[in-house]
Design a protein around this ligand. Structure first.
Ligand SMILES: NC(=O)c1ccc[n+]([C@@H]2O[C@H](COP(=O)([O-])OP(=O)(O)OC[C@H]3O[C@@H](n4cnc5c(N)ncnc54)[C@H](O)[C@@H]3O)[C@@H](O)[C@H]2O)c1
Length: 372
């Protein structure tokens, strides 16, 4: 199979889908890989390294033209719609739920698209999301470390345990992949760390993994209010139900917090768990409401592009290998978890939540595979 690795065009997106190591694995298995000029530069991978791994370096038009499988990181932008063609496979983060126009373009093109974020595993986890969540949680804590500094407009507090000084309090809501990433760093720096979750199992697992400076609390209004009053940094890592109209932290609640404290919204749902959250960018990451600094960058992992590209490629490569070695149809037949990520197939929408949200007819991926 011919695999095409593209340079991402989203502003501030420095990740690349395949590292030279991943390319080497594909070429070693007899597949051809085309990599767009400078595709890996933002992650510190040169064209030379890709060439040494067996890739051919080419311009964007050529890579799209040659590729049977388009291997990317981000969703498809209007400038890229023209490259979407029937008989090609797109494997990337798609988020069709959030992008109606793009979904319609994919359907109109007839391309087969598979979304990283919807591929799950036997434990109901999302193996292609988890690596990015861990980085987002860790990056969220590091952003707090940065923006709490006086030289960056903060109240000049070092988020660490310093002898003779009251230890800062970091509260993390959600003990999943991103919450645990944030907790790992926040506890390692010696902070007092509160972690709230509605899952007792999740809290138990967190307790086993974290040092004693982490307190595990059930997430309810009373515990949240108590934490808000004592916290210096609140990190929101909840997987929020997008249909919910309420919030956990209301604008009014910011008055409970100490002046100059900070909210890092890793989950980053506009007016989601944190009512005052609106997504920000790496160029303009923070804003203030009621004296509380908000950091709501929606692509935190891109700041750590090399680490992010490597961990993402480690996670996605096994699926690319299955598709490339067996062919699309056999890979989808054999792997029901990969099949769950199927978003469009020959003009049919195969992802239920997007079909419901946008009122577009849905065909089950299982029914698609029965026809093979
Ligand atoms: N900003 C970014 O760059 C970035 C990057 C990666 C992921 N994310 C987002 O971060 C969010 C979390 O991702 P994740 O992989 O950590 O999810 P996850 O499913 O691993 O963890 C979510 C946790 O939230 C808990 N939870 C649900 N409702 C709760 C409540 N009311 N109170 C407390 N806890 C509650 C769940 O029990 C679960 O443990 C997602 O929305 C994801 O899209 C953002």
């Amino acid at each position: 199979m011919i695999i095409g690795v593209l340079k991402e065009i989203k502003p501030n997106e420095y990740r690349v889908a395949a590292t030279p190591t991943a390319v080497k694995e594909l070429t070693r298995r007899g597949h051809e890989v085309y990599v767009e000029n400078n595709a890996g530069v933002g992650s510190g991978f040169s064209d030379e390294e890709y060439k040494e791994a067996g890739a051919k370096i080419a311009d964007c038009d050529t890579v799209y033209d040659k590729a049977d499988l388009i291997y990317k990181v981000k969703e498809i932008f209007p400038e890229e719609y023209k490259y979407m063609k029937k008989d090609k496979i797109l494997f990337t983060y798609i988020h069709s739920n959030a992008h109606r126009e793009m979904t319609e373009a994919l359907l109109a093109s007839g391309i087969t698209s598979i979304a990283y974020e919807d591929v799950d595993d036997k434990n109901g986890k999302f193996p292609l999301l988890i690596p990015m969540s861990e980085l987002a949680g860790k990056g969220g804590f590091l952003a707090a470390l940065h923006f709490m500094q006086a030289v960056h407009g903060g109240k000049g507090m070092l988020l660490a345990n310093v002898a003779g000084v009251e230890t800062p309090t970091v509260t993390i809501i959600g003990a999943g992949a991103s919450g645990m990433g944030a907790a790992e760093l926040a506890t390692a720096f010696g902070n007092r760390v509160n972690i709230l979750d509605v899952s007792i199992e999740g809290l138990k697992a967190a307790k086993d993994k974290l040092p004693p400076n982490a307190s595990l609390l059930f997430s309810n209004r009373a515990n949240l209010e108590k934490c808000l009053k004592e916290t210096d940094v609140l990190i929101n890592c909840i997987l929020w139900d997008k249909t919910r109209k309420d919030h956990l932290v209301y604008k009014e609640d910011l008055k409970l917090m100490k002046p100059g404290s900070m909210i890092v919204d890793v989950a980053c749902d506009d007016e989601g768990a944190i009512e005052t959250c609106r997504s920000t960018t790496h160029d303009d990451p923070i804003y203030e409401v009621e004296g509380i600094t908000h950091y709501c960058v929606d692509n935190i992992p891109s700041a750590f592009a090399r680490t992010a590209s490597t961990t993402l490629a480690n996670a996605t490569l096994p699926y690319v290998i299955q598709i490339a070695d067996k062919g699309l149809k056999q890979a989808l037949k054999d792997n029901k978890y990969l099949r769950r990520g199927l978003t469009t197939y020959e003009g049919k929408l195969t992802l239920l939540e997007t079909a419901v949200k946008h009122d577009i007819p849905f065909v089950s991926p299982d029914d698609i595979v029965k026809e093979f």
